[in-house]
Design a binder for this molecule. Structure first.
Ligand code: NAD
Ligand code: UDP
Length: 317
């Protein structure tokens, strides 16, 4: 007999954001199929749901097609950290294009609604600040970040073509830098790098002069925005991020203050194409979804630091 419970497929469900989404949907009593190839995902992130009757795991790579019966597809599968997505840039481009193409094909076959996890990287190194969704971006199509940036741009484009051609219900979220428990300690992103370095008593690695900026969103706020977008009638693209903007040096100062104020800095070269500034304009999210973030960087760093402290203490890093 068909179940009345919503059946969710989360691609990339064992990753940082995907596993928090698994938690939310499972806590809401829904069914979750977590699909992952474990490139950057970890079974430990979803361990607590293994054996639950509403929860299934599938080891699969989204670059290959798959047949499943589901109502909603949350398409998050793609490495997000520059270190990971640059490890095999051709694979990253394939994951973005073929992965999204395969998931759209699945959504069309079973009439599911699909949400694509896109990114603020579609704005590249922005000349407009803060960035509204109407800004078309400034992306280098041949640089070291382009496998990811252009990959997400073609993924967005595919979603809208499926919507126009086949009437598919799509939702596109443009995620700005998000942090929190379950980031990988070695994934190279700035929040995890600074916290892990501080906890180990190592110098903080500052790339460039540190005056480049980012706006950091706590994971719980991000997941709330993602769920509102999926449940609502607005397709997007829609920015979800915390508009509180900080230079990278200011972020490092906060981590030093919270962990060890005497830590030194070490200056390293700025990677190619590193965006100079980034801040979401969230007017659309506020208007369409009634969403705005509730956790400040100072508040969100505390549970994140505790989580890494526990991880390092258990020697699992
Ligand atoms: P993550 O690396 O922790 O998670 C990605 C997950 O996808 C991992 O579990 C990984 O194993 C899986 N995966 C990668 N390639 C796959 C493939 N070919 N087939 C199946 N599974 C695959 O990253 P995250 O931070 O959780 O990001 C999740 C999504 O959100 C990504 O699509 C990313 O582009 C997007 N996003 C994240 C941020 C952020 O700040 N965290 C910002 C912008 C966009
Ligand atoms: N960064 C840094 N030290 C680090 C890691 C990153 O100074 O150890 C800088 C990086 O050059 C960038 C910013 O922090 O300007 C954010 O980097 P991250 O990789 O977290 O995110 P993204 O650049 O993809 O927004």
């Amino acid at each position: 007999m068909p179940s009345s419970i919503t059946r969710n497929l989360i691609t990339g469900g064992a990753g940082f954001l995907g596993s928090h989404l698994c938690d939310r949907l499972m806590e809401d009593g829904e069914e979750v199929i977590c699909l992952d190839n474990y490139f950057t995902g970890r079974k430990a992130n979803i361990l607590k749901w293994i054996g639950h009757p509403n929860f299934e795991i599938i080891r699969h790579d989204v670059t290959d097609p798959i047949k499943l019966e589901v109502d909603r597809i949350w398409h998050l599968a793609c490495p997000a950290s520059p270190v990971h997505y640059q490890f095999n840039p051709v694979k990253t481009a394939k994951t973005s294009f073929l992965g999204t193409y395969n998931m759209l094909g699945l959504a069309r076959r079973v009439g599911a609604r699909l949400l694509l996890a896109s990114t603020s990287e579609v704005y590249g190194d922005p000349e407009v600040h803060p960035q509204p969704e109407s800004y078309l971006g400034c992306v280098n199509p041949i640089g070291i970040r382009s496998c990811y940036d252009e990959g997400k741009r073609i993924a967005e484009s595919l979603c809208f073509d499926y919507q126009r051609m086949h009437g598919l219900e799509v939702r596109i979220i443009r995620i700005f830098n998000t942090y929190g428990p379950r980031m990988l300690p070695d994934d190279g992103r700035v929040v995890s790098n600074f916290i892990v370095q501080a906890l180990k008593g190592e110098p903080l690695t500052l790339y460039g002069d540190g005056i480049q900026s980012r706006s950091f969103c706590f994971v719980d706020d991000l997941i709330e925005g993602m769920i509102r977008l999926m449940n609502g009638s607005y397709s997007g693209p829609i920015n979800i991020g915390n508009p509180e903007e900080f230079t990278i040096r200011q972020l490092g100062e906060k981590v030093r203050l919270l962990v060890n104020p005497s830590l030194p800095w070490i200056n390293l070269p700025l990677p190619d194409d590193d965006p100079r500034q980034r801040q979401p304009d969230i007017s659309l999210a506020t208007r369409e979804l009634g969403w705005s973030p509730s956790v400040t960087l100072d508040q969100g760093l505390l549970p994140t630091i505790s989580w890494f402290r526990d991880l390092l203490g258990r020697n699992l890093a």
